[in-house]
Design a protein around this ligand. Structure first.
Ligand SMILES: [Zn+2]
Length: 237
């Protein structure tokens, strides 16, 4: 006999997993849902969109919409390191030590849930509001080997973001296009097509030396990704 906090849907459940995070138990299960036909969502508003994933903003859309990422992340990290320091300085195995350990696990869970929730909102928004979505092909395996904590967390977000976009687009009938890894979305001018020789990470504004076009760097990249769907033959991916 199992009592759940939320109602379990009345459809056949395929598989079921029970897991524990900190002091809470979770149950997750798989159910079968049918894919929708293309054009079922609100795609008539902005049928095509390019999505640039970045460090400054998590996602910049060619429509001008920006998803900054979880705002409280830095505060949480600071709090977490403080709690970890306190934990280290308690007598190992003592009641206070155990209490601190549980507090750390709870904060970890809270931060992870905030991020997960944010990514779900972002990917649902993108999949539901557009019928063609172009993203960059990120080198996920190379990224996972990143040892810097902040960068690694960012990589995980990108990886998870793509995973969610893949299944959500399929679900609502939106076509997800993955741009070639060598497509220069950042270095190209989205107005005249000029390709810059170099663009450093701290150059936040894209300034084209040929047509004098000035644009937020991430937005310029997103517009180029948006154009990718029209300009290449390989858009069937
Ligand atoms: Zn230009």
């Amino acid at each position: 006999m199992l009592k759940t906090y939320e109602k379990v849907p009345s459809v056949p459940i395929k598989t079921c997993t029970i897991s524990r995070e900190a002091d809470r138990w979770f149950i997750s299960y798989k159910v079968e849902v049918k894919d929708l036909e293309p054009g079922c969502s609100l795609t008539w508003m902005h049928p095509d969109v390019g999505v640039d994933l970045g460090v400054k903003a998590l996602a910049t859309l060619s429509t001008g919409k920006v998803f900054e990422g979880v705002k409280a992340d830095k505060q949480h990290q600071a709090k977490l390191s403080r709690m970890q320091w306190l934990h280290r300085n308690k007598v190992k195995g003592s009641a206070n030590w155990k209490k601190a350990q549980m507090q750390i696990a709870r904060l970890h869970r809270r931060v992870a849930n905030l991020r997960k929730d944010y990514l779900h909102k972002l990917t649902t928004y993108i999949a539901k509001n557009h019928s063609f979505v172009t993203i960059e092909d990120l080198n996920v395996r190379g990224m996972m080997a990143n040892h810097k904590l902040a960068a690694a967390v960012q990589d995980m977000s990108f990886y998870e973001l793509r995973r969610q976009l893949e299944y959500k687009c399929k679900l609502v009938g939106t076509k997800l296009i993955v741009a070639d890894r060598f497509y220069p979305s950042s270095k190209s001018c989205s107005k005249c097509g000029h390709l810059k020789k170099s663009l450093t990470l701290d150059e936040r504004i894209y300034h084209c030396e040929v047509c004098n076009f000035k644009c937020d760097r991430d937005l310029n990249a997103a517009i180029n990704l948006w154009k990718y769907a029209f300009t290449t033959e390989s858009s069937s991916g």
